[in-house]
Each structure stands twice: as C-alpha cells, then as structure tokens.
Write a protein of this length. Structure first.
Length: 452
C-alpha cells in the first residue's frame, strides 16, 4: 500500500482543482468545447503518468478517452471506467461557492463533479502514478475507458464497447462512481436497478379555452393527465400496470439478510427528510424497496397556467415526466410497451395521449463472492480498518450492465463517495479523507491482484 505524502497530496489537489474547473456539462450544447477540453485534459493526465496508446476517440456526441499499460506478463488485466462529464450546475443561486471554482474547506473540496465522478476517477489515475513511481512499472495490466456522456445515459459508449470487445477485454472492470454507507463504512455495491425515463403528454382541444364559456362542457387536459397518473399505482403502493412485475424475482432469505445488514435508521431518515412517514410497496422494507424492487415515479407535472396570479382557463395540454427503476429480468423496452398500452386504456374520452421514451437501461446483479470483489473488500479493510458491506443500489449506472454482458467480466463497484456529498445538487463536494485513503486502497487492491 502506498501512502499519500504531504507533497503528493498538495500537488494532487491542485491538479484535481484544475480538472474540476472545467465546466464539462454534457447535456448542454453550449458546453461542447468544455467537454472536449476535459477529454484532452484527461488524456494528458494519463500520458503524464506513463500510460500508453492514449487516444481521444471522437463520437457523434462527446469523446471517449482510452489508454493502457500491458507489460505485466501473466498478471490480471483491469479495465478502469469513469466519466469526466458532469451535471448542470443549476440552481446556481443555491451554491455557497461558484460551482466551477473549486474551494477546499473542512477537508472537503467543493465543486460540480467533485464526487460524481471526477474526484473518484482521479483516485485511480493518481494511484497508478504512485505505483509507477514506486516500482517503475505496474503490478497488473490496466486499460482505461473514460467517457464524457455518462450524465446523458452514455448513448455512444455501448456501440464502442460492442465494436471493441477484444481491445477492452479484461479480468475485471473497476468503477468508482458509488458511495459508502456512511463515513468510515465502505461499501461495494452488488446490484444496480435498470432505468426507463419517459414523458407523457395529454392533449384535448386545439387551444386553451375560457373556463366560463367552456368549463364543464369540454375535456380538460390536466384532469385527463391526473386520471392517467392516478391509475399507475394501487392503494398499497404497488404499480398497477398489467404485466409490470413479470421478471421480478421474489427476494430470497439470503438476499433479504444481505440487504438487512446495511444499517438503516427509519426515524433518522424521516427526521432528515422532514417526513412524518415513509411510503412504498407494502410487504417490503425501505432497503428492499430502494434496492431490489422496481418502481414507477412521477418526476414532474406541467399543465395549464403556471404564472403569478390566476388565469381561468380549460388547458388544452398537460404533461408529466415519468421514470421507472427496474430489477431482475425486467426488459425496459417491454415495460415501455406495457405502459403505452396502459395509458391508452386509461386515457379519458376526448383526450389524446402520447408517451415518449428518452432513456432506458437494463438492471444488473453482481456476485459479492467473486474473487475480484472479495480482494477489493480486503483492500478496503486494510486501509479503513472496516470490512465493506455489499448494498443493493437503487440508482442506475447504465453502462455497467453493458460491460458485464459484452466483456463477460466481473464489475467491481469500488466507490469512495458519501451519501451526504450532494451529487447532482448544489454544493457538491468530496471528502478529502476518502480521496487520500481511496488512492491508498486502490494501490493496495492492484498490488493484491498482482500477487494472486
């Protein structure tokens, strides 16, 4: 295990600040050149530490950065994945410091991308640098595949993986884009839910109408939308779309035990969120609902007059953003078709409904007993003094399923963030203790793999 010296720490932080200063927002076209700059910066960082065959691969969207070092004969090969793109900074007025002017305070670095995912990706780059400095070589073979479109669902990376299966082949894929259970309690995530994101639009008349002249006699788009949305769940919190649960496995006792091992304080979570009660599918715990069960959520609703004051109309158009989290053998395309059928059946007379799909990703489940994962657990335990738990993550990293399926390699979700670090929110930050210890943990992991 390599210790991060004071000299290294200061230089590494200055480099990380430079990385975080690039507003590489992949979802906004006005930041296209910033994303390109971040790709170049990443590639130069790989070249500086001694990686070979470094290239910036242009796509129809944002670039993929590749690099490797393959001189450890007879040793395992690890493919390191990460992303250099970030979420938009909005709402800017809620940031205490400018989102792209990194600030360190209380041993945390504040900036957009600090924990998701530039800070965590940078851990691996700096760990490789320390190993090069120590040995003049690496204990294992490494390949790096770093993209600039994760925050927009990675539209161009899956084709690249499919077309470059042999080039990317590895004994394990290592991803640092997840978080600990809590401060000091490491975690290796062993499942990710799939995702499906859609927009439902309901239209009635060809224009908004005066509610005095037409109200009560013509269909109202908002009423129609509410009717459809209300039909998506039953009174027990279960999704009421016919066929939705096909392919969803019932949790085994072993799985329930593994899920229950992750600490959870219901009163604490209610207090933190300002809630009187939790909600969800009956018969399942909070951890099971967010880790191993599918969901359908209404993310936003728009319709009618939204300005200040009143405007008494019968609105002609209303819409809702809807997303699903999927598990087991649920197929996003099949779920989309089931939802379209449901919407058609539930759409009231006089209204027309359209359901547009934006994002889809399949769920993935990983074996916590895989030797590559267990070796990572040993590295965490050595550095942190605590063995990691193996939670089921409620979120989605769509590309993980693609790596696992195409490369047929175990994926090690070796995260170093904390749940409290405001990823995707104002005042995103990264605890520097985990930055330093993360580098040491990754060094120890790669050394352990090299000795196996």
């Amino acid at each position: 295990m390599k210790r991060v010296s004071d000299l290294h720490n200061q230089r590494f932080l200055e480099e990380l600040k430079a990385f975080l200063s690039i507003p590489s927002i992949s979802s906004k076209s006005e930041h296209k050149q910033d994303v390109q700059e971040a790709a170049r910066w990443t590639a130069q960082s790989l070249q500086r530490i001694g990686l070979e065959h470094v290239e910036v691969i242009q796509t129809d969207g944002h670039p993929i950065v590749y690099g490797d070092w393959l001189h450890a004969e007879g040793k395992p090969t690890v493919l390191i994945y990460g992303h250099y793109d970030v979420q938009p900074e909005d709402p800017v007025d809620l940031w205490e410091t400018p989102p792209f002017e990194p600030v360190i305070k209380d041993d945390k670095i504040y900036a957009r991308g600090a924990t998701d995912d530039k800070g965590q990706l940078f851990i691996h780059i700096k760990a490789l640098e320390l190993l090069f400095e120590e040995y003049g070589e690496l204990p294992i073979n490494v390949k790096l595949c770093i993209e600039g479109e994760e925050e927009v669902a990675s539209p161009h990376l899956p084709p690249y993986i499919n077309e470059n299966e042999e080039k990317l082949h590895a004994d394990a894929v290592v991803v640092s884009d997840t978080s600990f259970i809590d401060k000091g309690q490491p975690a290796i995530c062993t499942s990710l839910r799939g995702a499906l994101a859609m927009e439902l639009t309901v239209k009635t008349a060809n224009t908004d109408l005066h509610s005095g002249t037409y109200g009560g006699a013509v269909p109202n788009s908002v009423h129609a939308l509410v009717t459809i949305l209300d039909s998506l769940h039953d009174s027990s919190g279960k999704v009421a779309v016919e066929g939705f649960y096909e392919g969803v496995p019932e949790p085994t006792e072993k799985l329930k035990k593994e899920v229950a091992e992750v600490p959870f304080d219901e009163e604490r979570i209610k207090q933190e969120l300002g809630l009187d009660a939790l909600y969800g599918e009956e018969g399942f715990t909070f951890q099971e609902r967010v880790g191993v069960r599918p969901t359908l959520e209404i993310n936003g609703v728009t319709g009618g007059f939204q300005g200040e004051g009143l405007k008494t109309i019968v609105p002609c158009e209303a819409s809702a953003k809807i997303s699903c989290r999927l598990v087991g053998d649920q197929d996003p395309e099949k779920i989309y078709e089931l939802l379209m059928d449901h919407v058609k059946k539930q759409c009231p007379t006089g209204a027309r409904a359209e359901l547009i799909k934006y994002i889809q990703a399949s769920p993935v489940s990983l074996d916590s007993q895989d030797p590559m994962i267990q070796t990572a657990a040993e590295a965490y335990e050595k550095v942190y003094g605590t063995r990691p738990l193996f939670p089921k993550e409620g979120g989605s990293i769509p590309i993980v399923e693609v790596f696992a399926r195409v490369l047929k390699s175990p994926v090690v979700l070796m995260g170093f963030g904390l749940p409290s670090e405001n990823l995707h929110a104002p005042n995103e930050h990264f605890h520097l203790e985990n930055f330093r210890k993360g580098i040491e943990t990754v060094c120890d992991y790669y050394e352990k793999l090299g000795k196996q």
